[in-house]
Every structure is written in structure tokens, then in C-alpha cells.
Design a protein around this ligand. Structure first.
Ligand code: F0G
Length: 436
């Protein structure tokens, strides 16, 4: 141990050059400008880590006091995430999200074996809680006086909640008018100081980095490598939930590329540690109007594209993703690929996910729209096993949902418009009679 906070076998490592930094240094980038990883000493960990260790921590008894190592789907893997004594941990707890299977949805997608992992069933309604429990725990270990992030909404909702739990002041930078009502409501309710920036997410992201550097505030965007350590628990939980058998594909929406990076690192490390035999292929799905990573991928990453982002899936409306280079590495590790889908495809896929009783926010449906497209193109074979990630809850963006069902989308395939009628028994009987 460096002291009673961190184990000695983690460090910050640059992903581009050999430079390393101690874990108790506030740092988001290397001196060379490269992104950082939390490095674990896999050689030393190998004899201690095995499937049985993590399986033994499953099934915390409901109703008793929460213990992070058994109740959190993040801290169950803490040796390979953030080794710190349990009493330091800020947890709700998060994770342990379900894997859904629905025959009608699978048929629509064209997949024989499709499971959906619902990250919208986390404490604040998105996968961000998995990164935030680790990020805010690290902030507490560092004694940070305040925390901050730029956000398209979910990161800010999550940060606001975890900072409140840890009693650390939070400042969130959001693009004015560009985040959904549910997410804004959460940030305000949890007591974060909310700064509505007259610009887009990329402007807010630039600004928050400058402010954090100038004012000694701890930055908790996914630029922060500790956030990504927490998000590694998504693929770990997937493979553990499948008795350590990897699916052929993991398909998920991609915006700032934090998940892409975290998933690649988790799967690489899991294979190195002997937890899995095979690495699933990653399929990162972008919205067509916010697809800089897809466009770069099409040039074989010869060119780094930036765009002015515009999509109904506001969560992934990002034109210059910060984890670009980490995400490129993740594709190499996993033989991954990038695809893009239109807003219409996203909204129809969302309506389908909603209609079968599962439900998700628009960005999440990019997973389902993407899987469907990749199967139609012959890239994914119908018989291959797929896990799609639903990243956020249906209730996050009520405006987009109501608009889809009430005429906002002329080509909507699955609109379910409400019926206006007089308050009489006769009128109601007539309408219901027609429907039965
Ligand atoms: N899905 C949802 C619901 C999101 O909120 C985000 C990102 C993503 C997918 C994309 O994940 O950035 O790791 O590629 N939301 C961030 C935010 C940017 O501020 O809430 P990513």
C-alpha cells in the first residue's frame, strides 16, 4: 500500500509513451498529451484472481445493510478496478443489471440469440453510475474540494447523485437547451450547481477541462481514467452472467467513447487473467449526425474527423470524442468495428424496445438499430450471440418519446398516438369497441 488508501499495484500509465505517474497525482493527460490508463499489475494479480472469487461474491441478501463488494456489480471486481478498503467506497450500490431476452424483438432485429443488458436500471438510470462510484470514490481518496463534469445529461445526473452522497460540491457544465428534461431534473434535484453553457457539448467539455485545471477541481468526465475502470464492470458482468462464456458480439452506442475504451480494456485484461477464453467483438454504434468515430473508422483511422453534432439521441450528440485513441486501441484488442444509424432507425428501434415492455432512451436504441443493420448487411450472422447494451432509462427523455407517438415523426413505424374523446361512457365504449 502507498498508504491506507490505494494498493501499490496500480499506477497511471500513458497509452502512447512509457511515462507513468503515481495513483495519488491529479492527472488526466500525460505530459506528451496522451490519454492515461489505470494500470493494474496483472502478473501479480493472476494467482489471486479467478472466476470463483467473483462468483463467491454474488447474491448479497436483500434488505440488509449494503456491502459494496457483494451488493455492487462494480466493486465485486474491485481488485481489477480500484483496490481500496471498503469503508472508503461511495456506492448506491450500482450494477447487477438484468440481461433481457424477448422473442418478438429478436425476430425484428433478425437475431437468433440476442440479449439486452439494461444499464438504465442503475440507481440514477444509466450506466454512468458504474464509472461514477469509482470516480467519486477516487475524488474522496484524493480529498478533492469539488468535482465537475461536462455532460449531455447522464454523466451530470450521476455525478450530482454520487457527489451528494459523498458530500462533495459538484459543478456540472451542460449545453443549454440540449439535454433532456429527465436528466436536467436529476442534476437540479441532487443539488449540483448547474451551469448552462451557451454552446454544444464539445464547448462545455473544453471549458470544464480548463476550469478544473485552473481551479483545482477534480474532473469526472470519462477523460478521467478511474471512471473507465468502473465502466469495465459492464462486460465483466456480462461474461460472468453467461457463466464466463463470451458472446460473439457486444453492441453499444458510442459518443465520447468512454464505454468503447473501457470495454476493450476490461476484455483484454479478463483474457490476460484467464477469466475468459475468447474476446467478444465490439460493435460501437454512432448516430449518423454525430459520427466522427465512424467517419474516422472509414478512413482506417488515417484521419481524425470532427463534426458539428446533431441528433435526436442527445446523449451521444458529440462531435469530438475525448477517448478517441483509447477507443481505437479497444477496436484492435477486440477485432471491433464501428457503424452508424439514422435518427429514424434509432427512434423506430426505441419504439420497438419500448413496445415489448423493456424501454430505453433514444441513444440506447442505437444498439438495437445497429445490431439490426449489421445483421441485414451480413456483418453479424443471425446465429451469432449478441449482447446489446441499453445505456439509459426510458424516463430520461419523455419529450422525444411523446413526440414520436404524437406525430413528430411522419415515418414513425410504431407510433401509438393517444386518443382524445369526450368524457362520456358512450364515447369511451365506441373507442374501446373499435380496438377490441
Ligand atoms: N448512451 C447514453 C445514454 C449516454 O448518456 C452516453 C454518454 C452514451 C450512450 C455514450 O457513451 O460517451 O461512453 O461513448 N453520455 C455522456 C454524458 C457523454 O455526458 O452523459 P460514451
Amino acid at each position: 500500500m502507498i498508504n491506507d488508501k490505494w494498493s501499490t499495484n496500480i499506477e497511471l500509465h500513458c497509452i502512447h509513451c512509457p511515462k507513468t505517474y503515481p495513483v495519488n497525482e491529479v492527472r488526466y493527460l500525460c505530459d506528451c498529451g496522451g490519454l492515461l490508463d489505470v494500470w493494474h499489475d496483472l502478473e501479480n494479480l493472476r494467482p489471486q484472481i479467478n472466476r470463483g472469487l467473483f462468483d463467491g461474491r454474488l447474491h448479497g441478501a436483500p434488505g440488509r445493510r449494503v456491502t459494496p463488494t457483494t451488493d455492487s456489480g462494480v466493486w465485486r471486481y474491485q481488485e481489477i478496478i480500484l483496490p481500496t478498503p471498503v469503508n472508503n467506497i461511495v456506492s448506491r450500490p450500482e450494477g447487477n443489471t438484468p440481461l433481457y431476452e424477448h422473442p418478438r424483438l429478436s425476430k425484428w432485429v433478425g437475431a437468433d440469440n440476442l440479449l439486452l443488458k439494461h444499464e438504465g436500471e442503475n440507481p440514477t438510470g444509466s450506466f454512468k453510475d458504474r464509472g461514477m462510484t469509482v470516480g467519486v470514490t477516487q475524488a474522496k481518496l484524493m480529498g478533492s474540494r469539488a468535482v465537475a463534469c461536462a455532460s449531455t445529461g447522464n454523466t451530470s445526473a450521476s455525478l450530482a447523485a454520487y457527489a451528494a452522497l459523498a458530500e462533495i460540491p459538484a459543478f456540472i457544465f451542460i449545453p443549454a437547451g440540449k439535454i433532456s428534461a429527465g436528466k436536467l431534473a436529476q442534476a437540479l434535484a441532487y443539488g449540483a450547481q448547474t451551469l448552462q453553457i451557451q454552446g454544444d457539448f464539445d464547448d462545455a467539455m473544453n471549458l470544464v477541462q480548463q476550469v478544473c485545471n485552473e481551479m483545482g477541481i477534480y474532473l469526472l468526465n470519462s477523460l478521467n481514467p478511474f471512471r473507465l475502470e468502473g465502466q469495465k464492470s459492464i462486460p465483466l458482468e456480462i461474461v460472468q452472467g453467461l457463466q464466463w462464456q463470451s458472446p460473439d458480439w457486444i453492441v453499444f452506442p458510442a459518443g465520447n467513447l468512454g464505454n468503447t475504451s473501457a470495454f476493450g480494456k476490461a476484455l483484454y485484461e479478463a483474457q490476460q487473467l484467464g477469466l475468459i477464453d475468447k474476446i467478444p467483438r465490439l460493435a460501437a454504434i454512432q448516430a449518423e449526425g454525430a459520427s466522427p468515430f465512424y467517419q474516422s473508422y472509414q478512413t482506417n483511422f488515417a484521419e481524425r474527423k470532427k463534426v458539428k453534432a446533431e441528433t435526436i439521441a442527445t446523449a451521444i450528440s458529440i462531435g469530438n470524442p475525448v477517448s478517441y485513441t483509447r477507443a481505437m486501441r479497444a477496436l484492435q484488442w477486440t477485432n471491433g468495428l464501428v457503424a452508424s444509424v439514422t435518427d429514424q432507425e434509432i427512434m423506430d428501434a426505441k419504439a420497438m424496445v419500448d413496445q415489448v415492455g423493456i424501454g430505453c432512451e433514444p441513444a440506447s436504441a442505437a444498439s438495437v438499430a445497429g445490431a439490426r443493420k449489421l445483421i441485414a448487411q451480413g456483418v453479424i450472422k443471425p446465429e451469432e450471440s449478441i449482447v446489446g447494451i441499453l445505456t439509459g432509462n426510458l424516463l430520461k427523455d419523455p419529450t422525444a418519446t411523446v413526440d414520436y407517438h404524437t406525430g413528430g415523426w411522419p415515418n414513425a413505424q410504431f407510433a401509438n398516438a393517444p386518443i382524445k374523446l369526450e368524457a362520456t361512457l358512450e364515447a369511451v365504449q365506441k373507442v374501446i369497441g373499435r380496438k377490441l
